[in-house]
Structures are given as structure tokens and as C-alpha cells.
Design a protein around this ligand. Sequence first.
Ligand code: MSP
Length: 502
Amino acid sequence: MKNRCITTPIFYANSVPHLGHLYSVVLADVWARSSEILNEKPILFVSGLDEHGQKVFEAAKRQNLFVKDHVDNICMEFLEFFGKFNVISDIWMRTTNEDHKQLVQQIWADLQEKGYIYKSYYEGFYSISEETYLTDVDNEEMTKLAMTNKNIVFRKEECYYFKLSAFEEKLLNFFDENPDFIYPKKRYNEAVGFIKQGLKDFVISRPKDRLIWGIDVPNDNDQVVYVWFDALINYLSALKYPDKKYEKTWKNTIHILGKDILKFHAIYWIAMLIGAEIPVPQKLVVHGWWMNGENKISKSLNNATPIQDLIPSYSSDGIRYFLLKGLKLGEDVEFSEKYLRTIVYSELADKYGNLLARLLGVLKMRVSSRRLRKTRNLNDENLTKKFENCVQSLKSFNADITKINDYVESWLDLVNEMNLYFSKNEIWKIDDQFEISNQLYYLLDMFKKSTILISPILPKTAKTVGELFCINCTFDYMESPLPDNYDQFNELLFTKHFNFNG
Ligand code: MSP
């Protein structure tokens, strides 16, 4: 039983996946894998697809497809795309699943019974692209906008409201009592700021004559559930709520999300949970954006480099490493192929991959019959320190996902130190067969250990290196002896970029 859980947002099934989506699933995947290699408390990894709503309906219409066929196609695309990067979730949610639909209706009915959902009218402006009623905007301003912007229309229609206004105090108390509920702190402050501005009830249904592609509102044939009300509940459907078996897992659940969907998670979702008397999850981890110039990379701007096309040049592991190294959790950063190339080549290929090539090169050239025998233990103080620091950072990351950047940094420090040791001790010049054997054993062993430490981020590389050293890349093998015969080493490994160019 996995008692900890990580979720990513469920992705809109209106377009193909891109780098921004990949970031959150890679982060979740790496976190779940860190438990596996450390033999720590296992982590359930949940991701999926948000398949209802206007945007998805329109996307199907544009392609002349039945909506269900369209979402099935998109689902395959997402799974294939993530699969190319070795991202493996335990649960792949789809909001068109029957169980999920029933749970949405059950929670709706419960909130309605408790008096938090009521029927009324909406009269005002509506943004088609955002699928949102524009309740917070100045009417005069809107009228002007609506005259020029086809995306904004005036509407008067029957609908259901969620009584968010009833939760102001409860939410403020909740955030007061849970100051670490949102990472980073600036997003916590932003959420508290929203509440302090005052909360208005929000519309949680759409009339069926305008949108049929949604979950039916219980006991009302004319309305479907608003896509966000539906989508947020996926997190509970994934854990088979109200099955008691998952109660602990739910309380230990961390939601990863981008900063653009903070309000939905920090305010609407938490209010829905409090209203339905369902425990809240453990934490929200809010990341920033991969940018293209001034803009967020997004499907609507069509400004995303097809990242899967870059696998032949940088490898799937190289891109996974880049995503986590290149973006400081919580900040924004500009994506460019140059940035990707710099990180993958200068850190993975030149420092990590090339070190192995050099060690094996020396072994091949200078050690007779390529047999390694250790006759004494070596222990370099700096190297040991960097190694222990990296072990500690990995453990801290496993205990707290927000430590991802420290973990990657500490690993790079270790790799730098290995290179320094190699050049400082001029390993390639040593003549004595015992001494060179001991030195190579020491460095190859450290290389093996460094691979175990980075294996959550580089699963494919770890598999190759594991085969060389006849191990699985987990902590169980940290202290296992190295094989003494290196005849089996594949010549390919001597190439400069090791495994990072495809
Ligand atoms: N369907 C909703 C989420 C519902 S969760 C109950 C949604 N989908 S989305 O496909 O538009 O976005 C999914 C996630 O991808 C969001 O967390 C969003 O922040 C993230 N990203 C989309 N583009 C991004 C970047 N350019 N950079 C980083 N992440 C961004 O919102």
C-alpha cells in the first residue's frame, strides 16, 4: 500500500502535450522513483486528462470527430509522449471514467444538501476562451472589450452557484493554521491575498443548450457541471474516495500545479473540501513557467518547441535532467535549445559521461587484461564529503519534494569532485599496476554510487550503467563490490557523449 501520493494537474484534452506539461510529470516521476531507490515509504504517482468542457468540445468539432474519439486520441498522445521520457504514473485519471462521474455527482449532491450549492441566474460577461463568467471585472470596461473581442460575450442564463462567500473566514483560519500549506511562500501570500479581497460565489454549471460535453448536474436535465468543479474532484476519484483504504494516502497527498491554476486549487478546491467535510491534502507545490520570450509556452500561442523531437540530440534522460536543473522550483525561466544543449553537454556529457569514458579508457590502456583488483581502500576526504552530502540531499528531497534543486546541485558537486580527483591525481599517468587498479576501482565505485544517486532523474542511463556493474541502481547495491573483469565493456561507452546523444 502506498501511503504517500503525488498528483499533477490533469491536462486539458484540447491539444497535444508540450514541455510545460512534461515538467510537472517529470518532477512527480522523479520523486516517486526516489522512494524506490532509497527503499523509503512508497509514493503513489497520479496524473491524467481533463476531458470535459467547452475547449475540448470545440477541439473535437474542429476535427470533425465525436468528442469521445477525440479525447481517446489525445489520451494516447499524452501517454505516448510521457512514455518517451520514461514517465510512469501509477494511476492515469480520465474525467470521462464512470466512477469519476458518479463521485462528482455525489459530492455535488452532498454540497447542495449542506446548503453550499444553490440555483440562480448569471447576468453579465463571459470569456469563451477561459470558460469563465467574468464576475470580478468592471462592467463599463467589459462592454468596451466585448465590442471588439469576440471572445467576450454578454450572457443571461440560469445556473448553479457554489457559495464561496461562506468560506472566507474558514479559509483564512485554515491558512493561518497551516503556514506551510503552499510552497513557495509567495504563492501562499498570494492565496491569502485573494481571500482577503473578499470571495464571491462562483458559477459551477453550464446550460446544456450551450454545452452538452460535461457531467450531468444531479436532478437537473438542463445543466452540466462546470469543468473545474469536475476536474478538481479527479484527485479524490483517483484514490477511490470514500474508500477508507486510501484515507491515509489522501492526507499525505501533494498536488503539483502551475502558478496559473493556484486560485482553483488554493481557494475553490479547499473550500469545496471544507464544505463537504473531506480532509484536505498535505500540500500544494506551485511551479513557475517555461517561457518563450515574454510569453508562457502554451498550446494556444503555439510557441512550444516539440520537445520530443529533441530526444535524438539530447536523449530522454538529458531532457529530464535539464527540466529539473534548468528551472528553479517556483520561478519562471526561458526555454531555448541553446540552454538545453549547454546543460546537457557541459554537465551530463562532459562531466559525468566523459568521466566514465576516461576511466574505462585508462583501464583499457594501462591495466593488463582489464582486470581490476582492489588491494587497499582509498578514501579522499573531499570526495567522501560530497558523496555524503549528495546522499543527504537525496534523502531530504525524498522527505520534501521542494528540495529538488538542492538535490540536483549536490549531485553535480559530487561529479565535479570526481573529475577533480581524477585530474589532481593524474590517474592516467600511474604506472604501478596495484596503484592504478586501486585508483580506478575507487573512482569507478564512486561513479557507480553517483549513478545510483541520480538514477531517479536518469533512469535509462542508470539501467545501462547498472548492466556494466552488474547491479540494480538502488541503495541495496551501494556497497556491493565491483566486478573485476571489464572485458564486457561496450566500446560505445567510450564515445564522448556517452548516452546523452540519443
Ligand atoms: N485542466 C487544467 C488543470 C486541472 S487540475 C484539476 C489545466 N490544464 S492545462 O493543460 O492547461 O495545464 C496543466 C498544467 O500545465 C498546469 O499546471 C500549467 O501550469 C502547466 N503548464 C502549462 N504550460 C506551462 C508552461 N509553459 N510552463 C510550466 N508549466 C505550464 O490547467
